[in-house]
Design a protein around this ligand. Structure first.
Ligand SMILES: *Cc1c(COP(=O)(O)O)cnc(C)c1O
Length: 227
């Protein structure tokens, strides 16, 4: 068994254990393999081991891997910082986007999504944990952005994402993730049909699952340290 196959099993076990401990169905939680800076060969290996969803942060790098994996049944998620000049590539090539923070970018993506394809599945990235350096829309502005995105035909708003400041303290991790869940519940109460909480990474996926994550984004625990 290869290292990546073994790591996939270990991470899946962590997800399942955390879900069961929280009284949740492990099937509700998607593992998104974050393959930024990893080779196309590593991604192919993970795909052959049964992994279907991959997260990428850099458009050009992702396009090269998409070409290499064109024959595989794979879903591509863009999770990196969005630049206006990259929206066309994202709209044409990705299935999901987790890092939406601006309405002007949302409009471009919707316009650029090819007709006849399924809308781009999107999460709004919310700034949680009060760290000015991390990207994300402020909690005060989430509702307005969600209302605007819901009206765009090329986008399908699925939920929220966060990338809180790193902490080894489980209580702090949980507080931040609970905060994102609270934001999702507020949007739902206002009529948005949302099913996705994209939160939790290699170091804090257990806390995220305890607080309701439906998608953990895991890089180093699967592929090892980034190059
Ligand atoms: C790199 C990255 C991850 C994965 O982080 P690991 O700690 O390697 O699991 C998850 N989410 C985003 C947005 C990232 O940029």
């Amino acid at each position: 068994m290869t290292k990546i196959t073994e790591n996939l099993q270990l991470v899946r076990q962590r997800i399942d254990a955390a879900a069961l401990a929280a009284g949740r169905d492990p099937e509700e939680i998607r593992l998104l393999a974050v393959s930024k800076t990893q080779s196309a060969t590593a991604v192919l290996e993970a795909s052959k081991a049964g992994q279907r969803h991959f997260g990428e942060n850099y458009v050009q790098e992702a396009l090269e891997k998409m070409e290499r994996l064109a024959e595989r049944d794979v879903r591509w998620h863009f999770i990196g910082r969005l630049q206006t000049n990259k929206t066309g590539s994202i709209a044409r090539n990705f299935h999901w986007l987790h890092s939406l923070t601006r309405i002007d970018i949302a409009k471009r993506l919707s316009d650029q999504r090819p007709h006849g394809t399924r809308p781009l599945q999107v999460c709004i990235q919310v700034r949680i944990g009060d760290e000015a350096s991390k990207a994300g829309v402020s909690e005060a502005d989430v509702a307005q952005l969600a209302d605007a995105v819901a009206n765009l035909p090329g986008l399908d708003l699925r939920g929220l994402m966060c990338l809180p400041p790193v902490s080894t303290d489980q209580a702090i991790q949980r507080r931040n993730f609970a905060q994102l869940r609270h934001n999702l519940e507020t949007l739902r109460a206002n009529g948005h049909e949302l099913d996705t909480l994209s939160m939790g990474m290699s170091a804090d996926l257990e806390a995220a699952i305890t607080e309701g994550s439906t998608c953990v984004r895991v890089g180093t625990a699967l592929f090892g340290a980034r190059r």
